[in-house]
Design a protein around this ligand. Structure first.
Ligand SMILES: NC(=O)c1ccc[n+]([C@@H]2O[C@H](COP(=O)([O-])OP(=O)(O)OC[C@H]3O[C@@H](n4cnc5c(N)ncnc54)[C@H](OP(=O)(O)O)[C@@H]3O)[C@@H](O)[C@H]2O)c1
Length: 274
C-alpha cells in the first residue's frame, strides 16, 4: 500500500493522499472527476463549503458503490454566506448526502469568529453529536494553534497548509509545532513549482530526481511531501496522472537513497533533499 493510512489523534484512520475539488466547478465535470479519482483508487475526498461543489462530490461518492466507511470525506467551514458553524455543517451534510463527515476543518483562522476558542467549542460539539468524526483546522500558524490548544477539550487532528519547496522554510515551524502536539500536517498546492513557477530553481533537483528515478516531476514533489511527514492533498483531471500520484507513495525510500546527491546550492537554495 503506497500511501498507508495515518492514525489521527482522534483515534480514526485517514488515507494519506486526498483528491481535492477546489476549482472543479459544478455539474457533470466535478462528478466525473471525483468518480475518476475514486475509480483509480483515491479513498479520501477533500472539499469545502467555499468550493461550492459538495453536492457534486457527494453524488460521485454515493454513486461509487463504496460503503460509507470505505471513503474518507473532508469538508471545511468556510464562513460561506456568513453562516455559523452549526448551520454550515448541516448544509454540508445535506449537500454531500451523508450523515457524517470524517474530517471537518475551519478553513482559515480569520473564520474562527468571534475568536478561536469560541469557534472551536462549536466544532467540538459536532464531534459530540456524531456528525463529524474528527475536527481540524487549515492555514493556522503557530500562534493560532497555540491559542486553540490552550482552550480545547478535543485537539485538532490536522492542520491543512500550503506546502511546497519554495515555502518550506516559512512553513517548517508550523509543521514542527504540529508534530510536537500530535497534529497531522496536510499539504495543499504542493505542485506549485510545476503549475505556477516553472523554470524556477526547484526544477533543478526535481528534474534530476525525475530522471534518476524514472518518475514524473509531480511524483517527485508528492514524494517530497510524504518525506516531510505530511499528507498530500492534490488533484488532477487526468486519469494517468492520478495513477502516478498514487504510485508516488512508493518513492520515499528512493528519495532518501538519493539524499546525498550533491547539487549546487546557488542554483537551488531551497530545501529539497532530506
Ligand atoms: N485548505 C486550503 O486553504 C486549500 C487551498 C488550496 C487547495 N486546497 C486543496 O488542495 C487541493 C489541490 O490544490 P491545488 O490544485 O492547488 O494543488 P496542486 O496539487 O498543487 O495542483 C494540482 C494541479 O497540478 C496540475 N499538474 C499536475 N502535474 C503537473 C505537471 N507535471 N505539469 C503541470 N501541471 C501539473 C494538475 O493539472 P491537470 O488537471 O492538468 O492534471 C492539477 O490541476 C484542492 O483541490 C483543495 O482540495 C486547500
Amino acid at each position: 500500500m503506497p500511501w498507508s493510512p495515518v492514525k489521527l489523534n482522534s483515534g480514526h484512520e485517514m488515507p494519506t493522499i486526498a483528491f481535492g475539488t477546489w476549482k472543479l466547478g459544478n455539474g457533470d465535470g466535478p462528478i466525473n472527476q471525483v468518480d475518476q479519482a475514486i475509480s483509480v483508487g483515491f479513498s479520501h475526498i477533500d472539499t469545502a463549503q467555499a468550493y461550492r461543489n459538495e453536492p457534486e462530490a457527494g453524488k460521485a461518492i454515493r454513486d461509487s458503490g463504496l460503503k460509507r466507511s470505505e471513503i474518507f470525506i473532508t469538508t471545511k467551514y468556510s464562513g460561506l454566506n456568513g453562516l455559523d458553524i452549526k448551520t454550515s455543517i448541516k448544509n454540508s451534510l445535506e449537500n454531500l448526502g451523508v450523515s457524517y463527515v470524517d474530517l471537518y476543518l475551519i478553513h482559515h483562522p480569520r473564520l474562527a469568529v468571534p475568536d478561536i476558542p469560541t469557534a472551536w467549542k462549536e466544532m467540538e460539539k459536532l464531534v459530540e453529536q456524531g456528525v463529524v468524526k474528527s475536527v481540524g483546522v487549515s492555514n493556522f500558524g503557530v500562534n493560532d494553534l497555540a491559542v486553540l490548544l490552550a482552550s480545547s477539550k478535543i485537539p485538532p487532528a490536522v492542520n491543512q497548509i500550503l506546502l511546497h519547496p519554495y515555502v518550506y522554510a516559512t512553513q517548517a515551524p508550523i509543521i514542527d509545532y504540529a508534530k510536537k502536539h500530535n497534529i497531522i500536517t496536510e499539504a495543499y498546492s504542493a505542485l506549485i513549482p510545476l503549475t505556477q513557477r516553472p523554470g524556477g530553481p526547484v526544477d533543478v533537483p526535481v528534474k534530476e530526481l525525475s530522471k534518476k528515478l524514472n518518475v514524473a516531476p509531480e511524483q517527485v514533489l508528492l514524494a517530497w511531501v510524504k518525506a516531510k511527514g505530511a499528507v498530500a492533498v492534490s488533484t488532477s483531471s487526468k486519469k494517468d496522472r492520478l495513477e502516478r500520484y498514487l504510485d508516488a507513495g512508493d518513492i520515499r525510500a528512493f528519495l532518501f537513497a538519493y539524499s546525498k546527491i550533491t547539487y549546487d546550492k546557488s542554483i537551488c537554495p531551497y530545501d529539497f533533499y532530506m
